[in-house]
Design a protein around this ligand. Sequence first.
Ligand code: THU
Length: 156
Amino acid sequence: MTTPTTSPPQVPDDAHLLDLAREAAGRAYVPYSAFPVGAALLLANGEVVTGCNVENASYGLTICAERTAATRMIAASRGEAGENGTTRTDDRVVVKAAVVGLKASPCFPCGACRQVLHEFGCQSVVVEEDGHPRAYSFAQILPHGFGPADLPGQEA
Ligand code: THU
């Protein structure tokens, strides 16, 4: 009898993450801007959570792709939320975020989304430049960011 082999879980590379973001952009709800955006978040546990922008007739209620993805990550996390729901289990930590705009390349996260990604530990952002993945560190795109570590008694 042969021993079943288990291959280690594959961590998607940047090009694959961009593909997943592009696929998510295809599900965007964008009747007002016609500007579909997709995001794919690589989590610390190796899983990927995607999101797309979801617009509203009351324009200001629009949710960007990156924030949709971050919200899905927290809502779907299996980790037990600690007191005040803050526990940073590996299914609640973002390693990197890939972002694709179907009508614009590169498409960088807006300021609000940079702040939200920073909240969950995001280290870098991958965008598509001239058809190739290009990674930017968070220090580059959100220098001197304000985050959990800046509040007394909060974990980084
Ligand atoms: N948008 C995103 O989804 N993410 C960003 O970081 C930039 C902007 C969306 C919001 C809106 O639906 C459309 O792009 C045009 O601003």
